[in-house]
Ligand binder design. Structure first.
Ligand code: CS2
Length: 502
């Protein structure tokens, strides 16, 4: 057994748990007795800073059912995570950081993990097992194979056609879950809940649409069985979880004496709002802070428009101004003002919710973004801009225009994103644009990125905006021209001063 009394660090493992320093919280329950009746697909940073932590809290309370999580990785990148977790007995640490305090806690709710491309049969067996009551997902928006503008299932997507051709050797979550459902239908008949934990509007409905459409392509009987035996609660998830970097791992080693190969880092804040629609039981998550509600939609809307929208509002400007981290952007009074004025503009589109004061919520967003300790990356926020602008910005803009208002900050945000797509920041540094849907803007990019019309008339991003509200084209064009001629600081100062005087 290793000891770190001499200042050396300890690798994280079950047998080393007793030897970790006093400052480190660790599972106080018998991990061998947890029941992994929840199988989660996509055990990235977010799942490990959110759902798995709620389970760890419940296990710590000694809840009778002892729900644990069994993880499944589908993507090539999950292979190294699998090895790291396996080498640590599926333990990992959560480094909670804010400006006032830092803590490191070992999470024990993950009972095991499989890397699906190398363990297809074992994954299917687990998903089909009658004891698996919940299959949960964090697979990102593109993982649903649903075209957002039409709601159409992408049946001709290569990954889907491949799974249809090889139903017992699938690669996507839909392929896996449908095959598991087919086995349940022929065998135990056991129902299950499919719980989406992705940051998507109506995530349960999206998961349902994807699974039913895929199942239908396999057989009508399978589709009907799923319709009758699977529930799809919607849920809203929230916790800022930056990408874990070598710096974070080093911090853990230096401050806590632990060598953790796959820690996650997050802010202390967390929120989880779920519809209580679980067909055969669920962990009592409400005992550890989750809210069970009849309708998740208004909570989701608040979060997406203020928090996620707020991130996009400052992210592109931040990157253009050369800030690498979100807290650096918030320390710039101009960008902090941008965030505040953005939220002032968006709040009237939101309804009042019991227990949520929107002004207070907005102040919390400013505080959360100012957290310097977690070092949340601007590049993380700027990634997937097409999906984010379409989901987090455009709906607020449409609502305001519908209500007869003349928003100014939202057109700035859109113009700033379009300006950012040139890929060069204010100092002439090349920026990496990471966006799998960028091709949708081909007509705009091919015309040199100076005319906003080809972008704003892209229906898959902006819907009917340019057609129903043609008056929006001019202000976006004016800001883009200003950004190109005078730069971000000048254009932003002008926009914000106009907002104040209007
Ligand atoms: C962020 C989210 O990627 C983004 O744009 O706004 O990842 C955000 O950090 C999470 O949704 C927080 O729950």
């Amino acid at each position: 057994m290793l000891s770190n009394s001499d200042g050396t660090s300890l690798p994280l493992s079950e047998s080393n748990l007793p030897w970790l320093g006093d400052a480190v919280a660790r599972p106080c329950y018998d991990r061998k007795r947890t029941v992994p009746a929840l199988v989660h697909i996509g055990v990235g940073g977010f799942n490990r800073s959110h759902l798995a932590v709620y389970l760890d809290d419940l296990l710590g309370l000694g809840e009778a059912k002892r729900w644990g999580e069994f993880g499944v990785g589908l993507l090539p990148g999950d292979k190294s995570l699998h090895s790291a977790l396996a080498a640590q007995d599926f333990l990992y640490g959560l480094l909670l950081m804010d400006d006032a305090a830092e803590s490191y806690r070992v999470i024990g709710s993950l009972a095991g993990h499989l890397y699906a491309p190398e363990a297809c049969d074992a994954v299917l067996e687990r998903l089909a097992a009658p004891d698996t009551a919940i299959i949960s997902l964090t697979v990102t928006e593109s993982g649903y194979f649903i075209e957002d503008s039409t709601g159409r299932f992408l049946a001709d997507h290569a990954e889907i056609t491949n799974d249809l051709e090889h139903p017992v050797r699938p690669a996507t979550w839909v392929g896996y879950v449908a095959e598991a459902a087919a086995r349940r239908m022929k065998g135990s008949g056991a129902p299950f809940t499919l719980l989406s934990c992705d940051n998507l509007q109506a995530n349960g409905e999206k998961a349902r649409a994807a699974l039913l459409s895929y199942a239908e392509l396999r057989s009508g009987a399978l589709r009907n069985w799923i319709e009758r035996n699977v529930s799809f609660p919607n849920s809203m998830v929230d916790r800022i979880t930056p990408r874990t970097t070598g710096e974070h791992r080093l911090r853990i080693e230096q401050a806590f004496g632990i060598r953790d190969r796959c820690p996650v880092v997050s802010e202390p804040f967390r929120q989880w709002v779920l519809e209580d629609a679980f067909v055969i039981g669920r962990p009592s998550w409400e005992l550890v802070g989750a809210q069970m509600v009849a309708d998740v939609a208004p909570y989701e809307k608040t979060k997406m428009r203020l928090l996620n929208g707020g991130h996009s509002a400052i992210g592109y400007a931040a990157d253009l101004l050369g800030y690498s981290y979100i807290h650096e952007a918030l320390a710039d009074p101009l960008l902090c003002d941008l965030l505040k004025q953005f939220m002032d503009e968006v709040r009237p589109t939101l309804q009042r919710l019991p227990g949520i004061d929107l002004d207070e919520y907005s102040r919390t967003v400013v505080q959360r973004f100012s957290n310097a300790a977690i070092r949340d990356q601007a590049a993380r926020i700027c990634s997937d801009g097409c999906a984010k602008i379409a989901k987090f910005i455009v709906p607020s803009l449409l609502d305001l225009l519908q209500a007869g208002r003349s928003p100014r900050v939202l057109p700035f945000v859109i113009a700033c994103w379009l300006h950012y797509l040139r890929g060069v920041d204010e100092n002439g540094r090349a920026m990496t644009i990471s966006d799998p849907m960028l091709d949708r803007l081909r007509p705009f990019l091919d015309r040199g990125g100076s005319d906003v019309y080809p972008a704003l008339s892209t229906r898959s991003l902006f819907g009917e905006l340019a057609f129903t509200f043609p008056q929006t084209v001019k202000p976006v064009q004016a800001v883009l021209d200003e950004l190109r001629s005078s730069g971000v600081r000048a254009a932003l100062t002008k926009t914000l001063s106009k907002v104040q005087s209007s």
